[in-house]
Design a protein. Structure first.
Length: 207
C-alpha cells in the first residue's frame, strides 16, 4: 500500500516533461517536426506553438532549461498539483502566440525557459501565504525574477551568451509572458474564495 501510494504521488508530469524534452533532442527528426517554425505555423501546423517548448538547440541548452524546469514543475506538482496543467498549457500556448504575433522577425523558437518561469512565478506567489521561512524564500525568488526581467528588458543582460555558444539569442518576450501567466493564474486562485463567499452570502440573504 505504501509503495502504491508513493507511485501515485510521484511527480509524473515533471518526469514526463523531462523525458519528452530529452527524447525530442535525441530522436533524429523529432525537433524539426516540433520546433516553432514560423512558415510552418502559417501553413497550419499550429501544434508547433505548443511543442516548441520541448525542443532545444543543443544539449547545453536543454540542461540549462531543465535545471529550472525540473525544480519549478516539481514544486507546483508537489504543492499545487491541481493547477500544474493549467499553468503549463496556458503558458505554452500564450508564449507561442505572443512570439508569432509580436515578433514576426523570429523564424524559429525553441526552449522551455518561458514555461519554467511561469511555473516558478506561480509557485513563488502561492508560497507567500505559507509559513514564514517559505515566504522568505518565495519573496527572494520573486525579487530575482523581477530583476532578471528588468535586466533583460532594459540592458539586454543574459547569464549565458547563447549567441556566441550556440548561435541563438534569448527571447525576453517569452520570459515576460511566462511570468505574466504565472501571475494571472495566481490571481484567479486568490479570488476564488472571494467569489465563493459572495455566493454564499447571497444565498443566506435570499433565505
Amino acid at each position: 500500500m505504501v509503495a502504491a501510494q508513493g507511485l501515485r504521488n510521484a511527480p509524473w508530469w515533471t518526469i514526463g516533461l523531462v523525458t519528452a524534452a530529452v527524447a525530442v533532442l535525441m530522436i533524429p527528426g523529432a525537433a524539426e517536426l516540433l520546433v516553432y517554425e514560423r512558415s510552418a505555423i502559417a501553413r497550419g501546423e499550429l501544434w508547433r506553438l505548443f511543442t516548441a517548448h520541448l525542443t532545444h538547440y543543443s544539449a547545453s541548452h536543454l540542461i540549462n532549461n531543465m535545471l529550472v524546469l525540473v525544480f519549478a514543475a516539481w514544486l507546483v506538482e508537489e504543492r499545487y498539483r491541481a493547477d500544474l496543467l493549467r499553468v503549463l498549457a496556458l503558458s505554452a500556448v500564450a508564449i507561442g502566440f505572443a512570439v508569432f504575433v509580436f515578433r514576426p522577425e523570429i523564424t524559429r523558437y525553441a526552449g522551455a525557459s518561458g514555461i519554467s518561469l511561469a511555473l516558478l512565478t506561480y509557485a513563488a506567489l502561492r508560497g507567500l501565504t505559507e509559513n514564514r521561512r517559505w515566504r522568505i524564500v518565495c519573496s527572494v525568488v520573486l525579487v530575482m525574477i523581477c530583476l532578471k526581467l528588468t535586466a533583460e528588458s532594459l540592458f539586454g543582460w543574459q547569464p549565458i551568451d547563447w549567441k556566441q555558444q550556440a548561435g541563438f539569442v534569448t527571447i525576453t518576450l517569452s520570459h515576460a509572458i511566462g511570468v505574466g501567466i504565472g501571475l494571472l493564474i495566481w490571481l484567479t486562485h486568490i479570488f476564488k474564495p472571494v467569489r465563493g463567499s459572495r455566493f454564499r452570502t447571497a444565498a443566506l440573504i435570499n433565505r
